[in-house]
Design a protein around this ligand. Structure first.
Ligand code: PLP
Length: 348
């Protein structure tokens, strides 16, 4: 038995994706001649409500291309203190974009506008220029927390009022949209650029899209090329992305239902600390602190029973639900957690 709850990125491409990939019409995309990539970019742009989009190899590449396109070397970029773009991208803001990050602590991913306002640099000989505000929805380290359209607008407004553009890391924007019952375009509307992943809950094997104005995407295309992201017959990959956008968005609600089932099951196990109300999408965070173990130790014991998760801090564990785990496997995972808890109880 192996139940992989490490991430929604472990999802396999669906049979429909493999068929589409095999049949895809392709060309050299660096020459702009891959019809399948162009179709994906147009579909993605329409679904996210922007003029144009760019197919990139990963979410990280999309985010970093966005920062490089918006900002110049030595600029400052405001980020939420645990935002993926800052926390999990290997220091690329500094190395690739050459910018300085200004982390601002948010509340479940939402940064109160007055904190954004306070972080924007006034003109001074001593200060870098604030070039960009980065937002994230859903917010990964906040446990898949959803940010509402009203909150998105409130955050973007303070930046725009000072002439600062906004980039949205929408790796899981469709999870947010499905959870809120709004369109992804409405959530992305306050942002000047947005990145979203095809390779997570939407099950495509590879790739993300970066979207924005036609002019922005033209400049971003050059940054992508600079990073080695100019791919040739990439329509093979884009074909799966088209299926992801056409067929896999609405079903994200099933992943959210599985996450709720998981959270409620965990809450019923004595020794696991979790607030099931905090589980809004497909990410479940819980603490094993009451058991007196660290998350790594807990996860190793769980892995011995075939259930995989990731460590999200000293005593915090993350589970992510997705297409390739069903409700019965959620129940088996819960049983494995209960067994580990019992085993740790005996040891003490
Ligand atoms: C996964 C993720 C990314 C990066 O995507 P990769 O394709 O893994 O590079 C960016 N932002 C957030 C919020 C993510 O969860």
């Amino acid at each position: 038995m192996r139940i992989d709850l490490r991430s929604d990125t472990v999802t396999q491409p669906t049979p429909a994706m493999r068929t589409a990939m095999a049949r895809a019409r392709v060309g050299d995309d660096v020459f702009g001649e891959d019809p399948t990539v162009r179709e994906l970019e147009e579909l993605g742009a329409a679904m996210i409500g922007k003029e144009a989009a760019l197919f990139v190899a990963s979410g990280t590449m999309g985010n970093q291309v966005a920062v490089m396109t918006h900002a110049s070397r030595g600029d400052e970029v405001i980020v939420e203190a645990e935002a993926h773009i800052y926390y999990y991208e290997v220091g690329a803001l500094a190395v690739l974009a050459g910018v300085q990050a200004r982390p601002v602590v948010g509340e479940r991913g939402y940064i109160p506008p007055e904190r954004i306002s306070a972080a924007i640099r006034p003109e001074s000989i001593n200060f870098p220029r604030t070039a960009l505000l980065c937002l994230e929805n859903t917010h990964n380290r906040a446990g898949g927390a959803v940010i509402t359209p009203r909150q998105m607008r409130a955050m973007a407004e303070v930046a725009h009022a000072r002439g600062i553009p906004v980039h949205l890391d929408g790796a899981r924007i469709f999870n947010a949209a499905v959870a809120l019952g709004v369109t992804a375009a409405e959530l992305a509307a306050p942002a000047d650029s947005v990145m979203f992943c095809l390779s997570k809950g939407l099950c495509a094997p590879v790739g993300s899209l970066l979207a924005g104005s036609r002019e922005f995407i033209a400049r971003a295309r050059k940054c992508r090329k600079m990073l080695g992201g100019g791919m040739r017959q990439a329509g093979i990959l884009a074909a799966a992305g088209i299926v992801a956008l056409r067929e896999m968005v609405e079903r994200l609600a099933e992943d959210h239902a599985k996450a709720r089932r998981l959270a409620e099951g965990l809450a019923a196990i004595r020794g696991i600390a979790i607030d099931p109300a905090g589980v809004e999408t497909n990410i479940v965070l819980f603490s094993v602190a009451p058991l007196g173990v660290g998350s790594e130790d807990f996860l190793a014991r769980l892995a011995a029973r075939g259930v995989l998760g990731t460590s999200f801090g000293e005593d915090t564990v993350r589970f992510v639900t997705h297409h390739d785990v069903d409700a019965s496997q959620i129940d088996l995972a819960l049983r494995a957690v209960a067994e580990v808890v019992r085993e740790l109880g005996k040891k003490r």
